[in-house]
Design a protein around this ligand. Structure first.
Ligand code: PLP
Length: 367
């Protein structure tokens, strides 16, 4: 006889929605019985990982019976010297997603308010809900741009954190540097800003800031960066946060000792110095964005100009149907429903060939 489980999970968990990831290639191959599948759904680097990172991984394999460096000393030093920071202004994490969770655990109390932009990356709300805090969503405007005054208007006595994603996922839009500065100067000093610049390497706008200058100047800001996007290391899980050493030491208190595996540390060290791979990735992305814009214009499909490696595309009332039909034709994109945008899809910029394949399939569906 089985006994019904009476153990209750924390109340805070009732508010939490599961993350909805891009569908993996193998799953689509299996479900639909097709061979050729192009994934343009998770903003991965279509050129693959930095070859220098792969070399470093292979070279490290004989050592994997050893525990990793718990303090990621070597990697902190490399990142610090690349970004003109000190090693104690950095924390390396198991993907940048882990940083969001650790920051929530280190700073949020039950009932704290957390300002989050909308639509944006869903993990911010996850962090808030996990701690029993209250996410306060501030919508971007019709063209998906930030309004600093509206963000400020959402701040109350109970506000503990403000999340910003710039350029923003899933819209590709960004907050100009002067506006970021205006926000930082206007916020109460006890409010922490989490500035997610996961896509900073793809930005061409002159008036953009990756946020690091405000860390150097001592503002209460944590800058999030990841090795999953331009560095092409999404599968090995590594990201980092940059902030004043005081903020970093609080986050370190809630981190597990061996949160970043040894292979990830080796790969990240090599990838961040591989300027050749970074430049090549930027070039492929810039050309790919133009290729896709041109195709969308020809098709009469509206889109939001992007500072990232993905584009938000408005397909109209048939967007969900088109998303499903694209999948059947072997192209995985992301459906906007996840962000409350049922008329949109988000497509990652791929290689020239991948973009071409996507355009061909979309064109045939729209005809
Ligand atoms: C991809 C992404 C991250 C980090 O991803 P990890 O793979 O966990 O490092 C963080 N923020 C945004 C907005 C992203 O798109």
């Amino acid at each position: 006889m089985s006994h019904p489980i009476q153990v209750k999970a924390r109340k805070a968990l009732d508010n939490m929605k599961p993350y909805s990831p891009g569908k993996p290639i193998w799953e689509v191959q299996q479900e639909l019985g097709i061979d050729k599948v192009v994934k343009l759904a998770s903003n991965e680097n279509p050129l693959g990982a930095s070859p220098k990172a792969v070399e470093a991984l292979v070279a490290y394999l004989p050592e994997i019976h050893r525990y990793p460096d718990a303090s990621t000393k070597g990697l902190n030093e490399v990142i610090a010297s690349q970004l003109q920071l000190t090693p104690d202004q950095l924390i390396v994490t198991n993907g940048a997603d882990e940083l969001i969770k650790l920051v929530a655990e280190a700073f949020l109390e039950e009932g704290d308010e957390v300002v989050v932009p909308h639509p944006s990356f869903s993990e911010y709300e996850f962090g808030a809900h996990l701690m029993g805090s209250i996410p306060v969503a501030v919508p971007l405007d019709e063209s998906f741009h930030y309004h600093v005054d509206e963000l400020l208007a959402a701040v109350t006595e109970r506000t503990k954190m403000v999340f910003l994603c710039s350029p923003n996922n899933p819209t590709g839009t960004y907050l100009p540097k002067a506006e970021l500065l205006r926000l930082l100067d206007a916020l109460p000093k006890k409010v922490l800003v989490m500035y997610d610049s996961a896509y900073s390497h793809y930005v061409s706008a002159e008036d953009y800031s990756d946020g690091l200058e405000f860390v150097r100047k001592g503002y209460p800001i944590i800058v999030l960066q990841t090795f999953s996007k331009i560095y092409g290391l999404a599968g090995i899980r590594v990201g980092f946060g940059a902030a004043s050493s005081q903020l970093i030491s609080s986050i370190l208190q809630v981190k597990e000792p061996f949160n970043v595996n040894a292979l990830a540390q080796e790969a990240a060290k090599a990838a961040i110095m591989d300027t050749e791979h970074i430049t090549a990735s930027q070039r492929v992305n810039t050309l790919g964005r133009e290729q896709l814009y041109e195709a969308f214009r020809k098709l009469g499909v509206s889109f939001t100009e992007s500072m990232t490696n993905f584009i938000l595309v408005k397909l109209g009332p048939d967007a969900k149907e088109l998303y499903v039909r694209l999948m059947e034709k072997g192209v995985i994109v992301r459906y906007g429903g996840t962000w409350g945008m049922p008329q949109h899809i988000r497509v990652t910029v791929g290689t020239r060939e991948e973009n071409e394949f996507f355009i061909e399939q979309l064109t045939s569906l729209l005809d």
